[in-house]
Design a binder for this molecule. Structure first.
Ligand code: SAH
Length: 517
């Protein structure tokens, strides 16, 4: 086989957990990968970057424990995939060359003359400590650091780490894979001469929404870690810099830190809300309760498109409607930017969506509500008396059409999509609720509320009472009440930011709370 027949392997550092810490180069490579070979620590969201058809192979290394697949088999797998001519991304937690056996994998590839590249990642050493508010070095406290593994390699008993030397060699000492042997390691470091009252910490799940930090004087750390129930993956950090966490901790101060929040919107719209929640420190749990489907019949839409010159205006009340209508127009060969309609949008987000599909926007009412749109339209004589087209969901409410017709408009309402209940594992959802694993619930439409209510068993229904429930708009809130569910927060306008803020106002009562001290 000639060299040009070979694929290539990219060892890519995935970062410590927060998917936002992947490098741009890592993301570019993932987007064109033929195969992704990943460890258990890598975030599921990073895998989503790979093309749909890419192979995704979990080799399940858990860092601390023995790998599910022996290292030798992982290496053989990489070699085989590359020989098949694939572009392979070997995604590794943190940085590939920091206790990731990336060096060994590269050596094996080099021996087989398989081309490889290494894309560094944010090591948990750097990322985990940054998110814990503990600087590795600081002019006031530490001018050096050492990073060491606490895992004893059974095959290398002879080269046992020199804990006695390390104990005082660097100002900051960071131990990876050390949770299992923590009492023993601390004993050795104390025996090596480090003071028992040296500030120390354990950082578990660093950079993830589940991040937990326990601080204690070195001698007391093992007991405090045990009492708090911390386990792998965690970093142990020893040195005066740990004191700085008192003022530098920032993750825990985000309003929704550590809160698990249910996102029920259709998949297409869930991502934006999930990202906004994550920004405030929450862990979004995305379970779409609805899915968007084509209308049962396109004929009325097609007829309206064919008779487009007869309409004075186009009324748009949701970005879903905009996108579905525009897509159908494209399919029918109708160029929307050519049509002479006045385009009226219910609010700024719908207007943005309209502009994104090439529609000029002529009217957006000051208050983003259907009734205000109807009033604004009534003030425009050209539109109030003309024929209007309203593309929308099949199950749309009558408020807006009624108001428009009351204003004198002759209105054609056509369905451009339906929202249907999505298939949901209701037993799993009920179990999560009953176990108290969801702190917040979000709803963006009455149909999502109804779908949710229909899934609940008795235990889950009771559990919902303990959750913070947030709704977009009073109509969604009303639907919750109708279903016998409570509402804690109502965001008065569309878009995700007001919803997240409303939820933060309810759930964020403990903001600034710290795990420790
Ligand atoms: N290459 C990785 C380290 C792999 S060894 C890196 O650069 O980060 C696995 C160890 O890394 C774990 O046992 C734990 O000590 C540490 N680790 C990895 N991710 C972590 C995280 N999110 N929070 C705390 N420690 C983490």
């Amino acid at each position: 086989m000639s060299r040009s027949d070979l694929g290539r392997v990219y060892l890519v550092g995935a970062g410590p957990g927060d998917p936002g810490l992947l490098t741009l180069r890592g993301a570019d490579l993932l987007r064109v990968a033929d195969a992704v070979v990943y460890d258990a620590l890598a975030s599921a969201e990073l895998l989503d970057l790979a093309p749909d058809g890419a192979l995704r192979i979990d080799v399940g290394k858990r860092g601390h424990d023995a790998p599910t697949l022996p290292q030798e088999e992982i290496t053989q797998l990489l070699i085989r995939l590359a020989r098949e001519g694939r572009m392979v991304v070997r995604l590794k937690g943190g940085d590939p060359f920091v206790f990731g056996r990336g060096g060994e994998e590269c050596s094996a590839l080099a021996a087989e003359k398989i081309p490889f590249e290494v894309v560094p990642g944010v090591s948990s050493v750097v990322g985990g400590l940054a998110y814990a508010g503990i600087p590795l070095t600081d002019r006031r406290h530490s001018a050096s650091f050492a990073v060491v593994t606490g895992h004893r390699d059974p095959s290398k008993a002879a080269t046992e780490t020199r804990w006695g030397d390390l104990a005082t060699a660097a100002d900051t000492l960071v131990v990876l894979m050390g949770m299992r042997r923590l009492p023993e390691l601390v004993e050795r470091i104390l025996a090596g001469g480090r003071a028992p009252d040296t500030p120390a910490a354990a950082v578990m799940d660093g950079t993830l929404p589940s991040q937990r930090v326990v601080c204690a004087p070195l001698a007391a750390l093992p007991e405090r870690v045990r009492a708090a129930g911390l386990g792998a993956p965690a970093l142990i950090v020893i040195g005066e810099v740990v004191e700085l966490r008192d003022t530098l901790a920032w993750v825990e101060r985000r309003a929704l830190h550590g809160k698990r929040v249910l996102v029920t919107r259709p998949q297409e719209q869930a991502g934006v809300l999930a990202a906004a929640l994550r920004e405030r420190g929450a862990a979004p749990v995305v379970i779409p309760l609805l899915e968007i489907a084509p209308p049962e019949d396109w004929a009325p839409v097609d007829a309206a498109l064919a008779a487009r010159d007869e309409y004075a205006g186009l009324v748009l009340a949701s970005s879903n409607a905009v996108h579905r209508f525009a897509a159908r127009a494209r399919e029918r060969g109708v160029r929307l930017d050519d049509v002479g309609w006045s385009v009226c949008c219910v609010g700024p987000r719908t207007a943005d969506a309209a502009r994104s599909v090439g529609l000029p926007v002529h009217l957006v009412p000051a208050r983003h509500e259907g009734v205000s749109l109807a009033r604004a339209l009534a003030r425009r004589p050209d539109l109030a008396r003309g024929r209007l087209l309203l593309p929308r969901a099949a199950e749309g409410r009558d408020e807006l059409p009624d108001a428009l017709r009351a204003g004198g408009a002759s209105l054609d309402v056509v369905s451009v999509y339906r929202t249907l209940p999505a298939p949901v594992d209701s037993a799993a959802l009920c179990a999560q609720l009953a176990a108290g694993e969801l702190h917040g619930l979000t709803f963006a439409s009455p149909s999502a509320v109804r779908a949710f209510a229909s899934l609940l068993d008795e235990g889950a229904r009771r559990a919902v009472e303990r959750c913070a429930v947030a709704a977009i708009g009073r109509i969604t809130a009303e639907a919750l009440r109708v279903e016998g569910l409570h509402v804690d927060a109502v965001a008065d306008s569309a878009g995700v930011a007001p919803l997240v803020e409303a939820l933060a106002a309810v759930l964020g009562g403990e903001s600034g709370k710290r795990d420790t001290r």
